[in-house]
Design a protein around this ligand. Structure first.
Ligand code: MG
Length: 371
């Protein structure tokens, strides 16, 4: 299909309460939004690097600039019929996976709409239901955390993930494990530790965690492999997996037994599908994570979470957990806790609501191919 028009937007969507992790506190989620038009159809793609270079080296602003100055000119007016063809055109651009991801998702949305298939089916999903876990950030007290866990597990969530960082670590975990001895729990360290913290990390084995997510720095694959040899709890890599090649290398050296695939961080649906296939080939567990996308990007995460090798409940947050008002309409939410049911409409099944799109857009640029 010929890419006739491209729009690129920076989006800033305020959230209803500060979100605190090892990276600090945020009051809004920032993303870039791309639309591609072809043959009377519009495909939408979102990627959410955030407003600062903390979770990755990129921001919504840097992604917007790369998208505007380098990606759009390479694809405007081109005939593109697959994610692989798009990636081929973008090969000369190093890194900048979030910018590439927004285009890649928009293309897959276009392809699914053209084929009259819901996105999850167009990418090979095995059913329209994704399993969903629940994540707790750092809260004000252990009592608040315990009450929260009680509530979400009673409502049906199959596992909880706990953010884990200095000041909110072993004591917190001991309190939770004592209260919930059989619950499936994993922790997410968001790169807060190094091998110098080995004694603390070895203590985690006694809590029977499903996995430890990203204990060490994002570029410490070798150290993760070393740590995995010295602890029994499986390591799950998140921030470290920025491409298919990183996933291949992590698997080859034994740095991870699980991978948290984030489509924005790895360059889009095309790369996410390749990493999912690699995990299947090598017996590595995988699941999907979100990065603060609106309901539009969240639907992409949910579609990917229906893939056949996904063997752990994914991080798919209902929009109302974070947003006062969502970008996309309809606002999708978990129809029953612990699951996320995708609809059978063609494509992503979510498009931006015009008023919200206007209110949340910080910058925009539009391109049109000559006839
Ligand atoms: Mg993580």
């Amino acid at each position: 299909m010929k890419i006739e028009r491209i729009s690129i937007r920076r989006i800033c969507n305020p959230i209803n309460r500060p979100y605190v992790t090892a990276f600090g506190s945020q009051s809004a989620f920032n993303s870039i939004l791309v639309s591609l038009e072809s043959g009377g159809l519009t495909g939408w793609g979102e990627a959410a690097p955030g407003g600062g270079p903390f979770f990755s080296p990129y921001t919504d602003e840097t992604s917007f600039c790369i998208a505007r100055d380098f990606i759009a000119p390479r694809i405007l007016g081109r005939e593109i019929s697959s994610g692989a063809e798009l990636q081929e055109l973008l090969q000369g651009i190093r890194g900048n996976e979030f910018a590439k991801a927004a285009f890649d998702v928009a293309l897959w949305d276009l392809l699914a709409r053209q084929d009259q298939l819901p996105l999850y089916r167009r990418i090979g999903g095995s059913g329209n239901v994704a399993r969903v876990g629940y994540t707790f950030g750092v809260l004000n007290s252990y009592d608040e955390l315990l009450a929260g866990i009680e509530k979400v597990t009673a409502s049906g969530y199959p596992r909880v993930k706990l953010k884990f960082c200095p000041g909110w670590e072993l004591e917190m975990l001991a309190v939770v494990r004592a209260a919930f001895p059989a619950l499936t729990i994993h922790i997410d360290c968001n790169s807060a530790y190094t091998l110098a913290d080995l004694p603390l990390l070895q203590e985690l084995d006694r809590f029977h965690l499903a996995m430890i997510e990203q204990p060490l720095r994002h570029n410490d694959l070798l150290d993760h492999a070393e740590l995995q040899r010295r602890i029994t709890t499986p390591i799950c890599l998140d921030e470290s997996i920025t491409s298919v090649q990183e996933a291949e290398q992590a698997i080859r050296i034994g740095a991870a037994r699980f991978i948290n695939i984030k489509y924005g961080r790895v360059g889009g649906i095309t790369a996410a599908l390749q990493i999912h296939a690699l995990c299947g080939e090598h017996g590595i567990g995988c699941w999907l994570g979100g990065m603060g996308e609106s309901s539009l990007g969240t639907t992409v995460v949910a579609a990917l979470a229906t893939l056949p090798n996904v063997n752990y409940p994914s991080d798919i947050s209902p929009a109302e957990k974070f947003y006062v008002r969502n970008l996309g309409t309809p606002v999708l939410s978990t129809d029953r806790p612990g699951t996320y049911t995708l609809r059978e409409e063609p494509g992503l099944d979510v498009v931006p609501e015009p008023d919200a799109l206007r209110d949340f857009t910080v910058a925009a640029v539009h391109f049109e191919a000559p006839c």
